[in-house]
Design a protein around this ligand. Sequence first.
Ligand code: GLN
Length: 483
Amino acid sequence: MTALETGAAIKSGKITAVSAAEQVLDAAEKGNEKINAYITVCREKALKRAAEVQKKIESGELTSPLAGVPFSVKDNICTKGIRTTCASKMLENFEPVYDATVIKKLEAAGGVVIGKLNMDEFAMGSTSETSYFGPVRNPRNLSRVPGGSSGGAAAAVAGKMAVAALGSDTGGSVRLPASYCGVTGFKPTYGIVSRFGLIAYASSFDQIGPVARDAADCAAIMDIISGKDIMDSTSLDTESPGYLASLTGEVKGMKIGIPRECFISSGLNSEVAEKVMAAAEVLKNAGAETEEISLPFLRYAVPAYYIIASAEASSNLSRYEGVKYGYRSENFSSLSELYSSSRSGGFGKEVKKRILLGTFVLSGGYYDRYYLKAQGVRAKIKKNFDEIFSRYDLILCPSAPDTAPESGRSLDDPLKMYLSDIFTVSANLAGLPAISFPCGNDSSGMPVGVQIIGKAMDDVKVLNAAHAYQKLTDFHKNFAEVK
Ligand code: GLN
């Protein structure tokens, strides 16, 4: 069942919040042996909470369409009393003393957190292979990666080990795994969802977003988690449009631009191109107008993103020094040695690489050459998008150049891995809403994802286009059994 179907079944009394939680917990524990989607499954806490929620639903106190629904949460979102590791040895035993705002909101609506999801360490990666707790596997094919960094979220939803999940997207981490696993992942406009309690990677990009079976579920989750938060000064003070209620499933008259650069890039798999164009055709037949457009900056997006994201990461991660919290090495004889040996021992290779790169691009002499230049590129990209959105409602393109790669290969060729983010990072550079949803399979049976990007604050339009597509097609309903 989708999250909305689960909520409706609980509301009507067909099932209870407790039986729903039990079923998901069983599936999560069983599936985890193969998939490794969860770092922590909190059975007792979840069942206790489900029982409380059930009472409140029966007494009429909880009325959200998602009341009683089990939720799984990426392990970089703080949950009070439940360890939050960021998939790192550095935070292996970190138990937050507060909930992220999204968790507070989810619980206030009657959501039941059942576990914390595996991911790339500190959300740095595109394959979910850099976790200290071991790699996540793709439930469609265990020899393939699930995508990253919210790989646990997408794999759990695709493998029926979660009803819906919260992930985070800094450069595509909700959309890329959604694409590789055949589920729907939505990155909201920057600032629409509070980042309070999301462990920072690159603060000017990070956004929490839903990973679910379909766009309607994503909209229902947005109704709960979005909104101004005084704990996050970058959160926007805007009226909620009523995400779910605004989904009409109509795209008549909508102008959709299809960037030609996405299709002439040499790395694009021809089967992906074909399925994505077929998805555009479905929207066209439903009354949308499609037209070729140009995104001349596309090839600068990945370098600009990795420079800025690493710079921000090097600053954000300086807080892990072995003193205040997190891993502390026992091997030191001075304060500076305590710092260096705790950081050397607590962080994995990819994270260290990003910290080094970030420190380098921010250092005297290189700041102008790399960091400022990348910020200039970012401004140009934003301007290019503004210009496009003055003429078009939406942009449609692939979510990724290829379907899920084989496990164990990507980390040997990091530049290739970074390039798998080519179609997702632009939305983060410009702060735009974007969604990935399945539009078919390649010849090896792996899902292909199509992406729709909208203007800032046009989150409903983006969700609605995906919803319109999902009303006309069944790709989002094809769930492979875990084999
Ligand atoms: N793959 C990108 C990176 O490693 C994006 C990660 C993310 O969105 N968290 O930076």
